[in-house]
Design a protein around this ligand. Structure first.
Ligand code: DUC
Ligand code: ZN
Ligand code: ZN
Length: 487
């Protein structure tokens, strides 16, 4: 009998910390050996000249999800996970959205029914909580955390999703007490509504005014407020889709002060600008997302924040709405900017864009690339015991990259259920040619090898705040608040 089911031979392995030559022996879906000259496998993959990296972990994507206004994303768990797999990912963590009045148990059941029969990749969900009632906070969320869904997102904007600052404090305390991580969409709702109203009233309704209606100041203010609330109750908070220098600097400051504050940015803020919204006719609608695209100077600064560790995650925020009446044009062929579904597709392009523009151009180390696309997500979202690195005992989730392969991005080349890609025409260097999930080859040489529904739900561990020694606000501590016990 062979020692291994599979050996990946002759490649250069890279983790978030190390780069080394090694063969990888895989048995029963896990990494069983790392060494030189491994032999004795039923199957061998020759990785000579290739980079052998942990499979990507995509932790910000919207798949088979209804928005608060009722628009359904164009990808279901099959097309969404297939597209993710072609982009070098082995695991996805999309959102399971609660709409007001819905129980969390009902939300989880709905998404289990959507994901289990279709996902080709391992998966979990973050909940979106829009109705934080007492029952949701005290009974339903703890039940979800016990089931291994240990993260959830809340919104500081959008009338149908927004949570008040008081609700946010309740939510943060619930998360803290149950070992969960709160993620937040941070934009100032009032400032955006005020801008939208003024722009529309004056006839400025073209897609490009979407960028004007969501000012950088709106993100900066909400991030600062989120930090103030989270640090007051000593709770961890992750700011998703950070798009401004001011927002990222607030995160960096909070981290330097010891607070459990984390940040994520996305390819659209690194590789597109608000000028893309100023395309002829309704074309700009293809580039409407929130927060909006910014400018070239911000792109340069976001690279610095990625390299400096301010932002630990780089995710696609894949929110696919087609350029037709089911998506971007649901309010007509020339929609005003405030009636355009928010979001861009990009799950397949996330890692290749960062590799090409970062690693291949010398702006990012290979190890930082692995950290940003895989390892940091595993740690932040409680999967580090199974995923996010190449080490003995971990799941054999592996992406084999050809660092020389060049690709021209086209919508037709994508495997999602979209009719455009915002990255059309970009020339990239480096591509994930073979992708494994738990030892199974799911993509190889441009072909899908995975079975529909082969992905497994991953029960995630509680948030681990090791290394942070935050100081609680004195008003929350009995020794300094005249003995009041507030937790
Ligand atoms: N926030 C997201 O994270 N994705 C799409 C739209 C939004 O507001
Ligand atoms: Zn958001
Ligand atoms: Zn999103």
């Amino acid at each position: 009998m062979a020692d291994y089911d599979l050996i990946i031979k002759g490649g250069t392995v890279a983790t978030a910390t190390d780069t080394f030559r090694a063969d990888i022996g895989i048995r029963d879906g896990r990494i069983a050996a790392l060494g030189l000259g491994l032999e004795g496998a039923a199957r061998t993959i020759d990785a000579t000249g290739k980079l052998v990296l942990p499979g990507g972990i995509e932790t910000h994507c919207h798949i088979e999800q209804e928005s608060a206004t009722g628009a359904m994303t164009s990808d279901d768990y099959y097309s969404g996970s297939v597209s993710a797999a072609f982009g070098g990912n082995s695991t996805i963590v999309p959102f399971a959205a609660q709409h007001r009045g819905q129980t969390i148990a009902d939300v989880i059941r709905t998404y289990d029914d959507r994901a289990a029969p279709k996902s080709v990749l391992d998966y979990s969900y973050h909940l979106i909580v829009s109705d934080p009632t007492e029952t949701v906070l005290n009974e339903e969320l703890p039940m979800a955390f016990d089931r291994g869904i240990t993260s959830f997102k809340v919104f500081m904007t959008y009338d149908k999703l927004i949570v008040s600052d008081e609700a946010m404090l309740d939510i943060l305390v619930t998360a803290r007490e149950n070992g969960a991580l709160t993620m937040v969409h941070a934009e100032n709702n009032a400032l955006i509504k005020w801008m939208v109203q003024r722009l529309i009233a004056r006839g400025y309704d073209a897609p490009k005014f979407h960028a004007v209606s969501h000012p950088a100041a709106s993100e900066a203010e909400a991030i600062q407020r989120g930090i103030a609330l989270a640090s007051f109750v000593e709770a961890p908070l992750l700011f998703v889709h950070v798009s401004t220098d001011a927002g990222a600097r607030a995160i960096a400051d909070a981290r330097m002060s010891g607070h459990m504050i984390f940040g994520e940015t996305c390819p659209q803020y690194m590789f597109l600008t608000a000028d893309d919204l100023d395309r002829p006719g309704a074309e700009g609608a293809k580039f409407c997302c929130s927060p909006p695209l910014r400018d070239k100077a911000t792109q340069d600064i976001l690279w610095r924040h990625l390299n400096a560790g301010t932002l630990q995650l780089y995710s696609s925020d894949h929110a696919p709405y087609r350029f037709d009446e089911t998506g971007k044009l649901s309010s007509g062929s020339n929609p005003p900017f405030n009636k355009i579904a928010n979001g861009l597709p990009g799950i397949e392009m996330r890692a290749p864009l960062l590799f090409s523009e970062g690693v291949a151009k010398g702006r990012l180390s290979l190890n930082a690339f692995v950290a940003l696309t895989s390892s940091n997500a595993a740690r932040l979202f409680g999967m580090q015991d199974r995923k996010g690195s190449i080490a003995i005992g971990l799941d054999a989730d592996i992406a084999i990259w050809d660092p020389e392969k060049t690709t021209r991005v086209t919508a037709a080349g994508m495997h999602d259920n979209m009719d455009y890609t915002p990255f059309e025409g970009m020339e990239l260097t480096g591509w994930p040619v073979t992708v494994l999930n738990r030892g199974n080859v799911i993509v190889d040489g441009g072909e899908l090898k995975a079975e529909r529904g082969a992905g497994q739900f991953i029960k995630r561990r509680p948030f681990d705040g090791t290394g942070f020694v935050p100081s609680r606000a004195s008003e929350m501590v009995p020794e300094t608040n005249f003995g009041a016990h507030l937790f």
